[in-house]
Design a protein. Sequence first.
Lengths: 263, 263, 263, 263, 263, 263
Amino acid sequence: MTQNVHLGELSWPQYERWLSGTNPVMLLPVGALEQHGYHMGMNVDVALPTAVCERVAARIGALVAPPLSYGYKSQQKSGGGNHYPGTTSLDGMTLTSTVRDIIREFARHGLRRLVIMNGHFENAMFIVEGIDLALRELTLAGIDDFRIMTLSYWDFAEDPGLLAELYPDGFNGWDVEHGGVFETSLMLALRLDQVHLDKVEDHPPAQFPPYDVFPVIPERTPAPGTLSSAKEATAEKGQSILKVCVDGITAAIRHEFNPMRAD
Amino acid sequence: MTQNVHLGELSWPQYERWLSGTNPVMLLPVGALEQHGYHMGMNVDVALPTAVCERVAARIGALVAPPLSYGYKSQQKSGGGNHYPGTTSLDGMTLTSTVRDIIREFARHGLRRLVIMNGHFENAMFIVEGIDLALRELTLAGIDDFRIMTLSYWDFAEDPGLLAELYPDGFNGWDVEHGGVFETSLMLALRLDQVHLDKVEDHPPAQFPPYDVFPVIPERTPAPGTLSSAKEATAEKGQSILKVCVDGITAAIRHEFNPMRAD
Amino acid sequence: MTQNVHLGELSWPQYERWLSGTNPVMLLPVGALEQHGYHMGMNVDVALPTAVCERVAARIGALVAPPLSYGYKSQQKSGGGNHYPGTTSLDGMTLTSTVRDIIREFARHGLRRLVIMNGHFENAMFIVEGIDLALRELTLAGIDDFRIMTLSYWDFAEDPGLLAELYPDGFNGWDVEHGGVFETSLMLALRLDQVHLDKVEDHPPAQFPPYDVFPVIPERTPAPGTLSSAKEATAEKGQSILKVCVDGITAAIRHEFNPMRAD
Amino acid sequence: MTQNVHLGELSWPQYERWLSGTNPVMLLPVGALEQHGYHMGMNVDVALPTAVCERVAARIGALVAPPLSYGYKSQQKSGGGNHYPGTTSLDGMTLTSTVRDIIREFARHGLRRLVIMNGHFENAMFIVEGIDLALRELTLAGIDDFRIMTLSYWDFAEDPGLLAELYPDGFNGWDVEHGGVFETSLMLALRLDQVHLDKVEDHPPAQFPPYDVFPVIPERTPAPGTLSSAKEATAEKGQSILKVCVDGITAAIRHEFNPMRAD
Amino acid sequence: MTQNVHLGELSWPQYERWLSGTNPVMLLPVGALEQHGYHMGMNVDVALPTAVCERVAARIGALVAPPLSYGYKSQQKSGGGNHYPGTTSLDGMTLTSTVRDIIREFARHGLRRLVIMNGHFENAMFIVEGIDLALRELTLAGIDDFRIMTLSYWDFAEDPGLLAELYPDGFNGWDVEHGGVFETSLMLALRLDQVHLDKVEDHPPAQFPPYDVFPVIPERTPAPGTLSSAKEATAEKGQSILKVCVDGITAAIRHEFNPMRAD
Amino acid sequence: MTQNVHLGELSWPQYERWLSGTNPVMLLPVGALEQHGYHMGMNVDVALPTAVCERVAARIGALVAPPLSYGYKSQQKSGGGNHYPGTTSLDGMTLTSTVRDIIREFARHGLRRLVIMNGHFENAMFIVEGIDLALRELTLAGIDDFRIMTLSYWDFAEDPGLLAELYPDGFNGWDVEHGGVFETSLMLALRLDQVHLDKVEDHPPAQFPPYDVFPVIPERTPAPGTLSSAKEATAEKGQSILKVCVDGITAAIRHEFNPMRAD
């Protein structure tokens, strides 16, 4: 596949031509700049959905819009908390407005099928609100055929076989998968040079009470900022995850949006 | 226990006296006006956390602030979707601003311990944002000892014994517990006259793909608007839930905030 | 009267059936959490319009939506000022957004007749702005038949006979009627147990200059927080007020909206 | 009196010198662009408070800031309604933000005494909110000595002698004084050439029910847009009003703010 | 020319009659309250575009709406910086909202041709955003023939002959023309009594690096607050500028909007 | 130079170590997704400042934060207009809020020196407003040593020698340099494969009147969307520009912020 999947690298006439296809699908990765422990950089949550988008796009002739690199505030029980240096987050309304504005513009172009691929748990509801505000406005404008799929890519990895491969000793749940085996394996598969496995601290999964306290009590997050150990991460596991997610998301988009191109 | 737990029924000197105690704790229920199937009214998500708050307050000498009766937009996979008649929701920023404003005022009064008890899944992140905006402002005002616990009461029901009692045939997960056995049992225990078990439709748990599509496709929600069947709901189960939740939340607040009154 | 007038206690199919009537009317009480002196709780401004709404609804087959329990900031010359402990107020835009959002949702349901019943003087203009923003949006959506009546229930008590009964020594004007004979009598009629007449301080009506100063100078408010004495309040006066207001408002709604049900 | 009272006509060093006085007072007129019947222009609500400010400023050595010429939406029962051509109004939050921003800047300059003189009934609460937002921010900045007086100039005309002179046949209340004897007399005294008494339509005072309906029903406003007849307006009456208001406001400011200059 | 060009001085029926013409054009001056050195008042940026508007309006039968007297924050390299006492600026969103609201109202009146004449460099982009937000809303309302011209009046003075007359020793560029020969000459021509040439400090043009630093370093602005010397300003030059600008803008409006009246 | 300049690729302890240096400087590129003619992709305005940032960062030991890939709406006279397909822009307040939020977070980390490098003309004022809102808030938080430099990289290319090399036939001004020789040469030097010189249309520089009209009249933009011809663009010119800009910006940052590392 040699087609350029990056919207930003197309000229406007190329984009216009692409838009004239049948059910063209745009993919928008939404991530975060958030600490991911001692062993990885802070762009994990944007790098991963972007990589998934690129692979999905190549399969279905979609385009990938420039990712949103800043996300909503890290929460202690899913991302360690927003008190770490480096974690750089937006107010909820800022993220919501960004999503709303981009949808409005895509609709003006004539696009009618959008997939928002989330890579940062905390973003989900603010993306939903951005979608709702945008669709409300589009409805007022008489546009009622704009359809949006929104997903967090890890929700496609709920395959029992995959989970058994990733966690031979048992899965601890997505909630502690911040900087753990899942994300680290993916980074090993995709950006090997940015992972420093020697820095992984092998701590037990974080345990949290069934509530949140604000201001966050920093000591409740394991010191590295990760919520489970990445010790068992491997590039092979990353490839397996990638395959399952890309396959699943590709199938889902085909099912919902039926875009123009066969694989 | 004869003390009035409702903030709204106290005069301001009574409230001022209460505030002079040790670590006084205010409880704020946040709910929604949302359809809950054929067999229940639409105030379930506010009635339930309010009832839990009243019981917890009586145990620890807390007060219950007037509940927020309107919440964030119902999502298909947790609440059936916002397209039902009767479901009456706020924009995210409206809910966030409301939470922020109320915290600001409580801080002005001299309160320093607040529990926000959520009864509607979709509210959670907008409450979090309201808390963050308020605490940011309080910090600027030199107030750095205001502490907030936020929780969804059902997160205290994760007890294996309780789940076994509630779901002898196996638990389907919280995500399909909209209008199902859990909420209906609680309503039977608390507001028997508002539940019409004869209207319950015994449908299998809703099944959703690992993504969301907007605009929502109404047919993907079971017709009644519930996500699982309430057929096995009983008032006894409701009493069990209530006990576990009230006990757990009471203990959690005592642990975190150490309020003034013994039981 | 056996019909349930509370929207929150209806299931969505019940609500849908109600909506299919002729000119169905929804009533939305908007109040405040505001100190009302030594002798009453702080929920007076929401309890009273809610009670009026319930009685009016029963007469005309209307429904009462969950009240808004928090209102705009108390002003010194009408509510004693926002500096009292317990008074818990919203920013203007928060109240306005709440009203706007709720109207938008009611319109989505198919409702076309709404009465907003205000119980807190300071709310009035922010309700008006919420109505204007909502109707502007509805107009863009092609909905031009949504009609809203907004009122403060005490404006229906301007009957000379009633005023003579309430104030045999002469009426001091609505502006000092915060926590005075009017509101206290209504509370005596409706929530006897929440009024402590022994706590009433018999002070002369507050006198204010023809301007406001900010920050408020607390000493300019009579110490109890009330603006006139409630000493002459009686439950009988409360019943008289209630009758006049309910009759008047019922007639007004029938005149403007002509709803489906005879008394 | 030869001193220039207009802030906009001073150079910044002149302003700085003025600020170094004792308790210097700034006056900010806030008006509207709103129809005022067949016989007057639409700038009445800004022209009148500006004229009062100029006279008061000359008496106490105050300055007059550039007036706000656009105000909040005209209401039917106080201004005829916002449906008239020419009436050009702001959203509430726009007016509130403007007031907040200007106060913030005055505080930065070192000013600590501000009088906001309102000329348009509908503005009042949005001015109050702008004041509250500004003072909240100033408090965070450690500025706690900024004092603001806000008033509507006509509230100083409640003198029985004056009312008897203005309305020998009885006063109908401020609510119908839109474009009537009061405002028209003032305009005759101040801007004779802009009043066309021959266009006055001699209609009885408008009568409104004790509620508002939206969208406004235009027919409920007397056709000219005025709420009472200006037929008895005279320049002499205008001079009397002006004297009473300027005297009263001057005294009030001296009483509250004690500015530097004797008369 | 005896026609009144000020919208605020017309009654609504006069305005309505004017609107019934062919392509009636409204002019809205947008300025600032900003220091302009030792020798001029702070209303220069609003006085000048208002004066231009009045002259243009008289030529083409346009109306002048009340000017916006407060603008966006002064920038060091174009206005000396926002740290001077007296400079009184709005947040960007406040100015944007004001422009949006006024356009919305003009559209409701039936106006379809608006010229926004800017007198303060820093306003330009916030005006543009106000226009965009308003036109977006008008489009949703089905109004697609509202046309807006926006300009800064000095952009019509780029005539080589004029520049040679104004700056016989060479033009230093618009960026340092804050309080210099250009604006001062115009003020001399229009408001002679408000200019104090004896206060002019004859400093060389300000020199700035190709970047901005925040917080502003006050010393980088020439002490008077002007960015070049006004020493060579004369009323004759002001008349020349005025003629060129008024001619040019008149021609541009005629070209674009073709309003009803010949000169 | 082997140090990683990308903030997103550092772990939080690496970032914390970097922050402990002397005057560490963060660089934030702000661009746009905007059409750039037939011959280039739409990411030019973000790719170019990012590339400049990377080179500057390597020279002074700075870090480059993830760029903002979406900017303010394209204007006809500087970017061709926002009506082209592909151009995907944010509302002004969205961009402003994003900048504000990111600065707030950097300040929390302990950073005190930030350079915002703009690559899209239309962004400038909304960045300025974001800076102002952030610094206002930081001041309230007692942080008064956060310094920000903001610049558009092309403002460092005003070197006469460079302009002579780039435009041997004379420079037409920055305003028509959208997609012309300047940007295209830079892209040739940096992303050769993304430039298609064969698609360049050799049109004369765009000519615009001294005003803007909205809605934009598309025909006034040259058909390709560029405002001048890129025909004479070469990679060598791009290298020259890059050198001048990187040198100049490096020197400016050293001058203003004096960061820790020698070249």
